[in-house]
Design a protein around this ligand. Structure first.
Ligand SMILES: NC(=O)c1ccc[n+]([C@@H]2O[C@H](COP(=O)([O-])OP(=O)(O)OC[C@H]3O[C@@H](n4cnc5c(N)ncnc54)[C@H](OP(=O)(O)O)[C@@H]3O)[C@@H](O)[C@H]2O)c1
Length: 338
């Protein structure tokens, strides 16, 4: 399987590390072998080689901040663009792991269509295209006889989408409810110990959980983007941000959390959707509730089903290697169905 990586940051590099580490096991257990034939970045440069790039040399060059030091060879091209890669021969799957834009989905969204029209499968870590244009994208993939997979967009490598779409196939899922943002869950866990919002935000930023501009996390937009994807995938229509009521944790105080604790309750930033619509908002849950027990930067999701009642999955929700693993799981799914 020949891969083109659009974006080579923590997710792209995480995937390549896994391809190196697990190469022998993947070949032996699943008959799976992947080559990375192209890598596109914003500032490190671009590379394309029909016979596959040297993965270790790629990581070394990326760590140095530039592909300038990647060894030259006769068929190596450095002048290819993302659009060029999406149309190029020697690419079976375009892996989109460039930054998420939840307003337009671009430039990744256009790239997904170009890739499909040129007969490539698409695997996304980037949330934008599936959060904003789910139905059209899936329809186009079907017309092109190709697949768009996006396990890493929700809960990184913890298989929330695959559980809902494959393991729970045949059951009716009427509601999804979860903790989809690890940063705010971590912050709430610390605030429960009496620490103030600004103090725990500074700590989350120091640990790299929160961005310098924390709006996407603390105001609920990151969770809302993931909820759009989950809801669209489960209920088969494109959910829009306008379908969701979104509030973050900015207005919660340690006093609110203490008062809740005195009543045997705990605040969580809960993302919730059914056919009718959904919300992201702080919700007080009894401490015995499965989602109330999810602490630190973990994520969790509960699917309410007709046959099994509630099914809850808890696990890691972010990380380059973990999201790289989600991409790998999508590649293995493509390989299984090839
Ligand atoms: N990290 C996670 O835990 C996680 C979890 C789930 C989903 N995701 C999603 O996965 C995607 C990648 O995340 P990341 O953590 O790997 O981000 P990252 O470390 O910031 O890396 C982003 C990569 O994309 C490149 N890039 C920027 N603009 C580009 C463009 N217009 N065209 C092509 N490449 C471009 C960057 O180039 P330079 O190398 O030159 O900067 C960099 O290589 C994001 O959409 C993110 O939301 C991440």
């Amino acid at each position: 399987m020949k891969l083109a990586l659009i974006g080579f940051g923590s997710v792209g590099q995480g995937l390549v590390r896994l391809l190196i580490e697990k190469q022998a096991a993947l070949a032996q257990q699943y008959g799976f072998a992947a080559q990375v034939t192209a890598v596109i970045t914003r500032s490190r440069g671009n590379l394309y080689h029909p016979e596959g790039l040297d993965l270790s040399a790629l990581l070394t060059a990326a760590e140095k901040g530039s592909f300038a030091g990647y060894p030259d060879s006769p068929d190596l091209r450095r002048d290819i663009s993302a659009e060029g890669v999406a149309a190029a021969p020697y690419v079976d799957v375009v892996v989109e792991a460039s930054p998420t834009d939840l307003r337009t989905g671009q430039p990744a969204l256009d790239l997904c269509y170009t890739a499909l029209e040129h007969g490539k499968h698409v695997v996304l870590a980037n949330k934008g295209p599936v959060a904003l244009d789910f139905v059209n994208l899936m329809e186009r993939a079907k017309q092109c006889g190709r697949q768009v997979l996006f396990e890493g967009t929700v809960m990184s490598g913890t298989p929330a989408l695959r559980l809902a779409r494959e393991a729970l196939a045949g059951a009716v899922v009427s509601q999804v409810r979860g903790i989809l943002n690890g940063t705010t869950n971590y912050m709430l866990s610390l605030m429960e110990q009496g620490r103030a919002y600004d103090d725990v935000l500074a700590e989350a930023q120091r640990l790299g959980y929160a961005e310098a501009d924390p709006t996407a996390d603390v105001d609920g937009w990151d969770a809302a983007g993931k909820l759009l994807i989950l809801a669209s995938a489960l209920f088969g229509r494109t959910f829009k941000l306008a379908d969701l009521d979104v509030r973050g944790i900015r207005d919660l105080t340690p006093e609110d959390l203490r008062a809740a604790a005195a009543d045997g309750m705990r605040y969580k930033l809960i993302a919730e959707a059914s056919q009718a619509g959904g919300s992201v908002q702080p919700v007080k849950l009894p401490v015995s509730h499965p989602l109330a027990g999810v602490s630190g930067a973990n994520n969790a999701v509960t699917f309410t089903t007709d046959v099994l009642g509630d099914v809850t999955l808890v696990g890691v929700g972010a990380g380059g290697l973990q999201t790289g693993f989600a991409v790998l799981s999508d590649l293995l799914a493509l390989h299984r169905h090839a």
